[in-house]
Design a protein around this ligand. Structure first.
Ligand SMILES: Nc1nc2c(c(=O)[nH]1)N[C@H]1C(S)=C(S)[C@@H](COP(=O)(O)OP(=O)(O)OC[C@H]3O[C@@H](n4cnc5c(=O)[nH]c(N)nc54)[C@H](O)[C@@H]3O)O[C@H]1N2
Ligand SMILES: Nc1nc2c(c(=O)[nH]1)N[C@H]1C(S)=C(S)[C@@H](COP(=O)(O)OP(=O)(O)OC[C@H]3O[C@@H](n4cnc5c(=O)[nH]c(N)nc54)[C@H](O)[C@@H]3O)O[C@H]1N2
Ligand code: SF4
Ligand SMILES: [Mo]
Length: 751
């Protein structure tokens, strides 16, 4: 963009949360010295939050690794890229050749959805390696939503998002977008959108055991007992049927199983669930009536509705309520976004459906979901032998810190240490990567191009943006796309091949398939001719061009002259708006019936477990998590500008519980769970309901052998050490991280 003698600006889509704001970076030399919201960005229109404003500090953190590390004589030492990839090939190949591909565990963490590399190469790695040992952050996050979408719509990635800009009534369950900036609902300035909803006369309801900043904005806040949302939502469903408030509207012909559903929720009356949820029956009826009465409404559930024992049932019921009130797939309700890189839409009709449990984990026989095994079972898949099958003996970890992010990090710590080989693609030497034999550090975000392959699929408005690297790659750096391409080659016996071969192969395969597809705009053409038309400075850019041109808004390689290409996108550095979300059904459905299957069998089979929950009451305290605005999971505690203030690892507890336990604000307390014991400082607050305590995750930066110097000055404790990893939502394999039983007592000391 603009240049003066010593300072210039460049655009960069922010990768620090799911909101994907467009930023204008100030750059002096090669250093980012400032960041502000890009007012001309077609999606974010100038919004920025404190994390985005600290982009420069995140980008230039001196603890970021600059060169690869390779373990020699037990110690990680700086090495060249060549030495590093030699070591990766030498470490991985013997494991594959001796024990087979399933002995290689692939662990994919959250930032893969925030990088182009993470979208483009892990699928190639998994396809080429053929391992079933895939563990990702999805099973400590949103896997229940994938499973419920798979079952309802036949496509695990067809997740409806609330139409924030147009809805009249928003019901938020277990989400705190004022701190998280939203998730599975990509919306720059989520707080502003909630305020706009209220300003246009709409209503906001929040269900959360804590009176969060989001709950404070709400017209109605229901402080539910953690882990019981599926009961409450089932009771709302019951009320819709009982009071004849269902109105499927345009969906009527598209939905099957209505009568069976009515029958299935018969036992879940508001009166029957009230005590378990600790929400009175009158409130539950009011929630259902308000939802049905609103001209348009959207129900949306996030972390607090997913990381619980009935996560899949709660996620399913969220969409059941959207469907029964006619709000699915209509403006103002919950719609399916259509991103520019989506596959060529096929005509509506029966699909292949969604299968669960096509294979099982070796030790605890957990069913796979969406091709993944529960990440909570990673440690046992490494450290436990069984009569059949091979333990995981090598791990490829890309952008993942499971030692802090998953249950029982101490056990995983030991398990990772016992591996034959481990490689981490990570900018930091942290709690997980310290176990690696090779660490491959990606460049900081300013040196990487960006397009949101993942988040545009969940965006509240269809739009497309691409920003090239704001700063050239520093000498000695390697683009993360190249790192992952080389990793694919090293893992699959092709070490030494030119990494551009990976992109060329993907382009070849994709175009080869497209020309054979009668619904593709390029049907019948010559794939070589199409490949020659691709533009872009690199393999990843050519792949982006290909996806854009084959996609729903694409030029179809010249068929639709007005259509999108990478060149056209590069001409619009602030992005191209593709309009508000549109109704799309029945096209996205891939169920075998070709309809929305309201009561899928695996869901029906799980309902007896929910019926049992009607009678369950926790005897003591239960723990939930929380997020802080200036933080992100485990890896931003190293940025001084983003730590301190309210962003601290303290235990929130209600004044009545504090008084009963003899705990005062600031006291040191002991917290005991099934997986271990921790000590933290108490923060007494009436912002949390009685009987519930809260500790944030991503802390516990006191392990030796890491290089995160600022984080180590205020390490906090790892909340996931309270878990033993045995509690899962059985349908999705998602770990239960919220609503777990704990004991809290004063330690008798002040920290
Ligand atoms: N108790 C509890 N636990 C939770 C949660 C909770 O609510 N409560 N939330 C869960 C959720 S939602 C998630 S998504 C998971 C996250 O789990 P993880 O993905 O395992 O954890 P992150 O802290 O996001 O760490 C990601 C890693 O990526 C690295 N990284 C950062 N930027 C890049 C990059 O550009 N490239 C590469 N290659 N690496 C990068 C970081 O250094 C870090 O090591 O944690 C989960 N754990
Ligand atoms: N600042 C910041 N932003 C982030 C992240 C971060 O770490 N920091 N992480 C990013 C990631 S990876 C994700 S997945 C998203 C998550 O986005 P959100 O889901 O919005 O995140 P949380 O703030 O954890 O909100 C979950 C809420 O659920 C509540 N809750 C806990 N248990 C229950 C329950 O049983 N029932 C109900 N109804 N509520 C419950 C908690 O009190 C909490 O307020 O945030 C993303 N954005
Ligand atoms: S809201 Fe998210 S994407 Fe926007 S500036 Fe903040 S961290 Fe970046
Ligand atoms: Mo997440």
């Amino acid at each position: 963009m603009s240049t003066t003698t010593d300072s210039r600006t460049a655009l960069r889509i922010c990768p620090l949360c799911e909101a994907t704001c467009g930023l204008t970076l100030t750059i002096e030399g090669t250093r980012v010295t400032g960041a502000r919201g890009d007012r001309a960005d077609v999606f974010s229109q100038g919004f920025i939050c404190p994390k985005g404003a600290s982009f420069g500090a995140v980008d230039s953190d001196p603890d970021r690794l600059r060169t690869p590390l390779v373990r020699k004589d037990g110690e990680l030492r700086e090495a060249t890229w060549e030495e590093a990839f030699d070591a990766v090939a030498a470490g991985l190949r013997p494991v594959v050749e001796t024990y087979g591909p399933h002995a290689v565990g692939v662990v994919l963490g959250n930032p893969n959805v925030h990088t182009m590399a993470g979208a483009l190469y892990p699928p190639v790695l998994l396809g080429a390696l053929g391992t079933r040992s895939l563990f990702t952050a999805s099973t400590i996050d949103q896997m229940p939503k994938h499973v419920s979408s798979g079952l309802l719509f036949g496509d695990a990635t067809a997740i409806p998002v609330p139409d924030l800009d147009r809805t009249d009534h928003l019901l938020l369950i277990g989400a705190n977008p004022l701190e998280s900036n939203g998730s599975l609902c990509t919306a720059p300035d989520f707080p502003g959108k909630l305020k706009a909803l209220k300003a246009r006369g709409g209503t906001l309801t929040v269900i959360d055991p804590r009176r969060t900043r989001t709950a404070k904005l709400a017209d109605r806040h229901v402080a539910i007992r953690p882990g019981t949302d599926a009961l409450l939502l089932a009771a709302m469903t019951f009320v819709l049927f009982e009071e004849k408030l269902t109105d499927l509207g345009e969906l009527t012909e598209l939905v099957q199983g209505l009568d069976e559903l009515r029958d299935a929720v018969r036992d879940f009356t508001p009166e029957a669930v009230a005590e378990a949820c600790d929400v009175d029956a009158g409130t539950i009826r009011a929630l259902a009536r308000e939802l049905a009465a609103a001209p348009t409404a959207a129900v949306y559930g996030r972390i607090g509705s997913c990381t619980v024992p009935h996560g899949t049932l709660a996620s399913w019921l969220v969409d059941v309520l959207n469907i029964l009130t006619g709000n699915l797939d209509r403006p103002g309700g919950a719609l399916f976004p259509h991103e520019a890189t989506a596959k060529t839409p096929r005509p509506a009709g029966p699909g292949r459906g969604f299968a669960l449990g096509r294979w099982h984990s070796r030790v605890s026989r957990h069913p796979e979901a969406k091709g993944e095994l529960p990440i909570a079972a990673l440690a046992e898949e490494i450290d436990t032998a069984t009569a059949e099958g091979q333990p995981v003996r090598a791990v490829i970890a890309i952008a993942a810190n499971p030692v802090l992010s998953t249950p029982d990090g101490d056990r995983l710590d030991k398990a990772l240490d016992s591996l034959d080989f481990m490689v981490s693609v990570d900018p930091y030497l942290n709690e997980t990567s310290r176990h690696a034999h090779v660490v491959l550090p990606p460049p900081p975000p300013s040196q990487s191009p960006h397009h949101d392959f993942a988040f545009n699929h969940f965006a509240v408005r269809n739009q497309v943006r691409y920003t090239r690297a704001a700063v050239p790659l520093e000498p000695g750096r390697m683009a993360e796309t190249e790192i992952l391409a080389r990793l694919v080659l090293a893992a699959t016996g092709m070490h030494g091949t030119d990494p551009s071969a990976v992109d060329a192969m993907v382009i070849d395969q994709t175009l080869g398939k497209a020309v054979k597809d009668p619904h593709s705009p390029v049907h019948g053409r010559d794939p070589r001719e199409l490949a020659a038309l691709l533009t872009g400075d690199s393999g990843p850019e050519r792949r982006l061009d290909m996806m854009l041109r084959l996609g729903p808004y694409g030029d179809g390689f010249g068929v639709r002259r007005e259509g999108l290409t990478l060149d056209k996108l590069l001409d619009q550095p602030h992005g191209i708006d593709l309009g508000p979300l549109q109704p799309r059904l029945p096209q996205p459905l891939k169920t075998r019936s070709g309809r929305v299957e309201l009561l899928p069998q695996p869901i029906a089979d799980d309902l007896p477990r929910l019926r049992d929950a009607l009678r369950q009451r926790p005897d003591g305290l239960v723990l939930v998590g929380r997020r802080h605005l200036r933080s992100n999971n485990s890896w931003m505690h190293n940025i001084p500008a983003l730590t301190g203030g309210t962003n601290r690892c303290t235990l929130h507890l209600h004044p009545d519980d504090a008084a009963r336990l003899g705990i005062a604000d600031g006291d040191s307390v002991r917290i005991k769970g099934a997986g271990g014991e921790l000590t933290a400082e108490a923060e007494v607050t009436d912002g949390i309901r009685r009987g519930v305590v809260s500790l944030p995750h991503g802390w516990g930066h006191d392990r030796p052998g890491t290089r995160m110097s600022h984080a180590a000055t205020d390490p906090g404790v790892n909340v996931n050490q309270l878990l033993d990893g045995s509690l899962l939502d059985p349908l999705s394999g998602n770990a239960v991280l919220n609503g777990i039983s704990v004991e809290v007592s004063p330690t008798g000391t002040t920290p």
